[in-house]
Design a protein around this ligand. Structure first.
Ligand code: PMP
Length: 442
C-alpha cells in the first residue's frame, strides 16, 4: 500500500520511473507522451542534458545559502538574464519555489508598495472570474475558479471579480472582437469606481487563461485598455504568467503578444521546466524604489527564496531556450499543432472551440455546438478523457471550468517545445481515442 497522499485518493496512478525526451516511462515500461508537460511545466522534455548537468554541478558546488545572509551566483545571473529580456520597467526579481508563492508575494508587494507611498487606504484587489492564481489562501482568494474555492470560501480575503475575456462564450452576436474586449475591460473601470478609486491596490489577470478555461487568450486591445485603466487610477497591474509564460505562447513573456508591460509579473512552471521547483515575481523599478527608499524591507519571505540549485536550473533552462531559439520553434510548432487539431477535431460535434497561442492549446467540449451548452458536470467528462488518454499513452490536462456557475469541460495541451511533427500527429491520434472513449461512457 502506498503511503503517499495522492491528489485523488480514489484513483490508482502509474508510478513514473523515468523520462526520455517528450515521454514519461512507468514502472511497467509503458511510455506516455507528455502532451501537457504535466501542467505546462516540462517545456524542455524530461532528459535535457544541459539542465541536468547544471543542477548536478550546482548541488556539488553549493546546495543552499539562506537569502537572509547571502545571495548566490546562479540567482544573480538568472535575475540579470530575466531582466535583460523582460518588458517595460521590470527591474528586480524575487525568486520563490512555485506559482502560488509568486502570486502571494505579488499581492503582498502591491499592498506594501501603496503603504510605502503613504496610501494605506489602498487594499482592494480586483481579479477575474474563471481564473486561477494558485492554491494558497491569498492566491486562491484572487482566483475565480468556483470549484477550487468552494470549500474554503469562509477563509478567503475579499477580492472583487470581474468578467474574464472569454470570447467564445461571452461575445454577443454582431459585436466585434475588439468591441467585446473593450466592453469587458471596462468592467475594471466600473469596479474601481464602485470600490472607490483610491482604495484599489491592484488588478491581477492571466494573459492566457490556463488551468480554469484551457488556453484562452484575450482579444486584441483588451490588455491595452486594462493597462490604460490601471494607469488612470494608480492601480498596479499584476500579470500571472505562471502557466503561460516562459516561451509557452511563442513569446518569452506572454504579455509581449498583447503589447503591454505589467508592474508585477509572476512566472514559474516553465522557468524550472520541472528540473527544480522555482517561481519568480518580477517588479518594476518604481515598486522596488518605493520600498528601497522607504522601510527598505519587503515584509515577506520563505526559507527557500533564491535557492541556488533551483536558480541554477532556471538559468540553464532560459539559456537553452535562447541558445536553441526554442521560442521561435514554439511559434512554428504551435501553428502546426493548431492546424492538426483543427483538421482532426474542427468538425467534431462535441468540440466547440480549439484555441490558444504557441504550444498552449485548449479544446472546449460541448454537448451542442450551436448552443455551446456544456455537458452535465456529473458526467465528469474531462476526467474520463484524462483516464482514457493515460490508457492510450498520452498525458493531457483535463479541467472543468465554470461558466456562469455551470461547469464546462476543457482539455489543455502544453507539450514540450522539442516535439516533432510526427509527435503532433501522435497527440492527435491518442487524443481522438481518448475523446471517443470519454464520450462513449456518457
Ligand atoms: N497561477 C497560474 C496561472 C497557474 O496556472 C498556477 C498553477 N496551475 C498557479 C498560479 C499556481 O502555481 P503552483 O501550482 O506552482 O503553486
Amino acid at each position: 500500500m502506498s503511503h503517499v497522499f495522492p491528489r485523488h485518493t480514489k484513483s490508482d496512478l502509474p508510478t513514473a520511473v523515468g523520462g526520455d525526451g517528450c515521454y514519461l516511462i512507468d514502472a511497467n515500461g509503458k511510455r506516455y507522451f507528455d502532451g501537457s508537460g504535466g501542467a505546462a511545466v516540462s517545456c524542455l522534455g524530461h532528459s535535457d542534458a544541459a539542465v541536468i548537468k547544471a543542477v548536478q554541478e550546482q548541488v556539488e558546488k553549493l546546495a543552499f545559502a539562506h537569502t537572509g545572509f547571502m545571495t548566490s551566483e546562479p540567482a544573480e545571473a538568472l535575475a540579470d538574464l530575466l531582466i535583460s529580456k523582460a518588458p517595460g520597467t521590470l527591474d528586480r526579481v524575487y525568486f520563490v519555489s512555485g506559482g502560488s508563492e509568486a502570486t502571494e508575494a505579488a499581492i503582498k508587494l502591491a499592498r506594501q508598495y501603496h503603504l510605502e507611498r503613504g496610501e494605506p487606504q489602498r487594499r482592494h484587489l480586483i481579479a477575474r472570474r474563471q481564473s486561477y492564481h494558485g492554491n494558497t489562501l491569498g492566491a486562491l482568494a484572487a482566483g475565480g475558479n468556483a470549484w477550487r474555492r468552494q470549500q474554503f470560501d469562509p477563509l478567503l480575503i475579499g477580492v472583487s471579480h470581474i468578467a474574464p475575456c472569454y470570447e467564445y462564450v461571452d461575445r454577443s452576436d454582431g459585436e466585434s472582437s475588439f468591441d467585446y474586449g473593450q466592453r469587458v475591460a471596462n468592467e475594471l473601470e466600473a469596479e474601481i469606481l464602485r470600490l472607490g478609486p483610491d482604495t484599489v491596490m491592484a488588478f491581477m489577470a492571466e494573459p492566457v487563461v490556463g488551468a480554469t478555461l484551457g488556453a484562452v487568450p484575450a482579444v486584441e486591445g483588451y490588455f491595452k485598455r486594462i493597462r490604460e485603466i490601471c494607469d488612470t487610477y494608480g492601480v498596479l497591474l499584476i500579470l500571472d504568467e505562471v502557466m503561460c509564460g516562459m516561451g509557452r505562447t511563442g513569446h518569452l513573456f506572454a504579455c509581449d503578444a498583447d503589447g503591454v508591460a505589467p508592474d508585477i509579473l509572476c512566472i514559474a512552471k516553465g522557468l524550472g521546466a520541472g528540473y527544480q521547483p522555482i517561481g519568480a515575481m518580477l517588479c518594476s523599478s518604481a515598486i522596488y524604489d518605493a520600498i528601497a527608499q522607504g522601510t527598505g524591507f519587503f515584509q515577506h519571505g520563505h526559507t527557500y527564496l533564491g535557492h541556488p540549485v533551483a536558480t541554477a536550473a532556471g538559468l540553464a533552462v532560459v539559456n537553452q531556450m535562447l541558445e536553441r531559439d526554442l521560442v521561435s520553434r514554439v511559434a512554428e510548432k504551435g501553428t502546426q499543432l493548431q492546424a492538426a487539431l483543427m483538421e482532426r477535431f474542427a468538425q467534431h460535434p462535441n468540440v466547440g472551440d480549439i484555441r490558444g497561442r504557441g504550444l498552449f492549446r485548449g479544446l472546449e467540449l460541448v454537448q451542442d455546438r450551436d448552443s455551446k451548452a456544456p455537458f452535465d458536470p456529473a458526467h465528469g467528462l474531462a476526467a474520463r478523457i484524462k483516464r482514457a488518454a493515460l490508457e492510450a499513452g498520452l498525458i493531457c490536462y483535463p479541467m472543468s471550468g465554470t461558466r456562469d456557475g455551470r461547469m464546462g469541460d476543457h482539455i489543455l495541451l502544453a507539450p514540450p517545445f522539442i516535439l516533432s511533427e510526427t509527435q503532433i500527429e501522435e497527440i492527435c491520434d491518442k487524443l481522438a481515442i481518448a475523446i471517443e472513449e470519454g464520450l462513449a461512457a456518457i
